[in-house]
Design a protein around this ligand. Structure first.
Ligand code: UN1
Length: 515
């Protein structure tokens, strides 16, 4: 019988208020407003956040623009010092913010803490970057000339984030944008306003310390707009916002992307994923089992990197899939605050309905569904589910779509070339994995004819990326890259400079123009 962790608290409101207080969020920011904050753990309403009005939101964007005009002149390593202080505040409040994330998103305690760690990591990365931001010196065709590239701050960076990584996604953008000399205006998910307010409170603590060091940051440099979709639209359409980084569904990206390109603004889009793993004959099945279990069931399948499609070679299907089914049936489901829980609740009723709809469609398409039902923990408004493993006859119907829930579609394959075609034959292109001990298979998967995703892994599931690499994907995933590698370049503008240190004026391409 499945081990059900039923130790779900009746209420987490008092706990939440204590955490907000500890972090330093003023009560007027979360009381008496029109935007309800909710915990998926119990389904209760935790607070009522005042919504920002259009005028106030526009004023904050203008203020951010003014702040940018000052901040861009601050030497990058000093900007890095601010981000270092932010990283220190995150370290000092890791437990509280991590728990708040668990409460508002329903992530396990370990995953809530992991999200804060991811924020600390990107701050560290950005601090190092603040002493780099390198441009090139390029060979020129003319004597006594030098040609170089300079990277300059861009302006206000707008950030639109989703519920599932309510603070880390902001931090990937903000830490880089700030060291690059930009201001940051954030429109968080309406489902995770408390985490956004808590993050902003930590920003304010860091700003106060920065000021105490004698380096006050300009007013309005970093702000958060608690509001509905229309507030996000203000950011997307505002002429003083040259870049918007938006994380969410492909539908959201389809709405946001064209509006940004319409006004020639830049976008970083992190949209849907439909991530797969291929299990080859030589795979280490113990390791594969753990890798698949975390990637498919972790965060209740609500990561954009969650594993959704599993292709298992004929020869290992019987050795792996029954074990996987047992792992699915025995995983501990319940309050994410309770030690030992691996699967917390879905974010809300809509997520539950979408999951049930996908499972019905899978059955319709000939799939056999194991698990996937609601786990009754006596809470009407909280949606706990058993993770679903669905054996599918082929890659059809709901397998082609991203459903933000713990559903793993399992399919058999017999030939690597054919499975690679199938692997890439979905609209999305975020993350991917192969489990193999065969060098040829691993390298083929990583090669030009292998995975078409922005992230391709060997003997690791598709989720849980480190911040040091560029994060993002292709096709309907949107093409944006955030976080490590050279993703910082998206937050700066590049100038090519040619300097003549001679006494004549040779023209490029040998053109003559003698006056
Ligand atoms: C997301 O789901 O929006 O790679 C981001 C991962 C995490 C980030 C996921 N580092 O799973």
């Amino acid at each position: 019988a499945p081990l059900r962790n039923s130790a779900v608290p009746l209420s987490v409101t008092a706990d939440t208020i204590a955490l907000l207080d500890q972090i330093g969020v003023r009560p007027e920011l979360y009381t008496g407003g029109s935007l309800p904050a909710r915990s998926p753990i119990t389904g209760e309403t935790l607070a009522a956040v005042p919504a920002i009005g259009t005028e106030e939101a526009l004023a904050r964007i203008e203020a951010a623009h003014r702040a940018f005009r000052t901040w861009r002149n601050v030497p990058a390593p000093r900007r890095g010092e601010f981000v270092r202080l932010l990283g220190e505040e995150l370290r000092a409040h890791k437990a509280a913010l991590g728990r708040l994330i668990s409460i508002e998103v329903g992530k396990t305690a370990s995953e809530g803490l992991g999200e804060v760690q991811e924020m600390i990591d990107i701050c560290d990365f950005a601090v190092g970057l603040s002493r780099q931001l390198y441009g090139l010196t390029i060979a020129t065709e003319r004597g006594d000339h030098r040609m170089m590239e300079t990277w300059h701050p861009l302006g206000v960076a707008g950030v639109i984030s989703a519920f599932n990584f309510p603070a880390a996604v902001w931090s990937w953008n903000a830490a880089l944008a700030l060291v690059c000399g930009n201001a940051v205006v954030w429109k968080p998910s309406e489902k995770t306003l408390l985490v956004a307010l808590a993050t902003q409170a930590l920003v304010e603590r860091a700003l106060a310390r920065f000021a105490a060091e004698g380096d006050a940051a300009p007013e309005g440099l970093i702000s958060v707009l608690a509001g509905d979709r229309s507030i996000g639209e203000l950011l997307v359409d505002h002429p003083k916002v040259p870049l918007v980084s938006a994380t969410g569904s492909t539908a959201m990206g389809r709405a946001v992307g064209p509006r940004l390109s319409q006004r020639f603004a830049r976008s970083i889009l992190e949209l849907g994923g439909n991530n797969a793993a291929i299990v080859c004959p030589s795979a280490d099945l113990d390791l594969t089992l753990r890798g698949v279990a975390f990637a498919a069931m972790g965060t209740a399948g609500q990561r954009c990197t969650s594993l959704r499609r599993l292709f298992v070679h004929d020869s290992v299907y019987e050795a792996l899939v029954p074990r996987l089914k047992r792992a699915y049936a025995s995983v501990s489901i319940g309050s994410p605050l309770e030690a030992g829980t691996l699967i917390g609740p879905l974010i809300d009723e809509a997520a539950f309905k979408a999951m049930q709809k996908a499972l019905a469609a899978a059955k319709e398409a000939g799939g056999s569904v194991h698990g996937g039902g609601r786990v009754a923990l006596g809470l009407q408004d909280a949606y706990y589910v058993a993770p679903a493993l669905v054996e599918m006859p082929g890659q059809v119907g709901p397998v082609l779509e991203e459903t933000f829930a713990p559903i793993l579609y399992v399919m058999k394959y017999s030939d690597l070339d054919t499975v690679l075609e199938l692997h890439n034959d979905v609209p999305q292109g975020l993350s991917s994995s192969i489990f193999t001990n065969d060098l040829r298979e691993a390298e083929t998967f990583l090669s030009a004819r292998g995975s078409d995703c922005g992230i391709a892994n060997v003997n690791i599931g598709p989720s849980g990326a480190e911040i040091g690499g560029a994060f993002g994907g292709e096709k309907e995933t949107g093409g944006g890259r955030e976080s490590g590698s050279d993703a910082w370049k998206a937050y700066m503008r590049r100038a090519t400079n040619t300097i003549n240190y001679g006494r004549t004026l040779p023209l490029a391409q040998g053109v003559k123009f003698d006056v």
